[in-house]
Design a protein around this ligand. Sequence first.
Ligand code: MRU
Length: 353
Amino acid sequence: MSSRLRSIDWVGDKVRFIDQTKLPNELDLIETDDYKIVADAIKKLKIRGAPAIGIAAGFGIYLGVKNFEDDDKENLKVAFQNVCDVFAKTRPTAVNLFWAIERMKKVFYENLHLELVELKKKLLAEALAIQNEDIQMCRQIGLHGSKLIPDEANILTHCNTGWLATGDYGTALGIIYTAFEQGKKIKVYVDETRPLLQGARLTTWELMQRGIETILITDNMAAYLMKLGKVDCVIVGADRVALNGDTANKIGTYNLAIIARYHNIPFYVACPTSSIDFNIKTGDEIPIEERGSEEIVEIMGQRIAPAGVKTFSPAFDVTPNSLITAIVTEVGIIYPPFEENLQKIKRKIYARD
Ligand code: MRU
């Protein structure tokens, strides 16, 4: 356990997470050893952000088998699969979730011959490894990405990609933090990120805690901001990157990429390689989560549209690779042609595993 507050952590024999739906008004820490509470927290965005969701699934799956006492391997397999299925059904787009589930499954089946108590230890060790690796990956993303940030840069970001969304530190925000720690004077414009306001509620909160100059805008102001010459680069995170570089991220990211191209502004994606889906060729294969209408017809519980109005609420969109200047990962900065260069990363990663 670390002394530093993390959005999700392992404390004693429980998971502790920040209920991100209550920020910035309330810092509510929830401790639980019930895997169903963890799964529900992912569904309700109490735990959110692709890497944090993956970490939560690792801990949650361990919790799901922790109290299992039946030594019968067949019963154990059924129980384990059920727990994995509960997590797989929480949110469909962020591939980190499925990546973490697969890692837990691999450890489970490779160690099924062990005594139950030993098998449980292996599962906890894997969940902790997923968390620790994510923290290291974010650090590396920050170091690589900070090379793209000139001194006095004005940066625009979308949604929340900081320590709340990851094991610690962040991806796109990790780059911003690193550049700031290197002494670069930077200014960050933050899209509010409707409908759930991750930018207004979470990103501004994180950036201001670090003393970084933060300017909140509503999502529809970005093009004008660019026209005024106030944006040197855009940096966003990713929920799933296809092998050709097409990138799913929070709804509104695609708009930003289009207007950035129109204004000749570099558009960077930052993510760990755990957010790359090496099994899909293009963004057309990425499942896009649709959420309930209440998130559109209400703002923070306050109704803003007439009763009965029809809505459409995709949580993510896919930015085509042609609009992306570079993808920053823990293994380095990847430039176009993404098809070719992501294949190289795939080969490297598969050789390492
Ligand atoms: O719906 P959310 O809040 O989970 O969406 C989060 C995003 O889209 C982030 O940009 C992405 O997960 C990267 S977080 C490092």
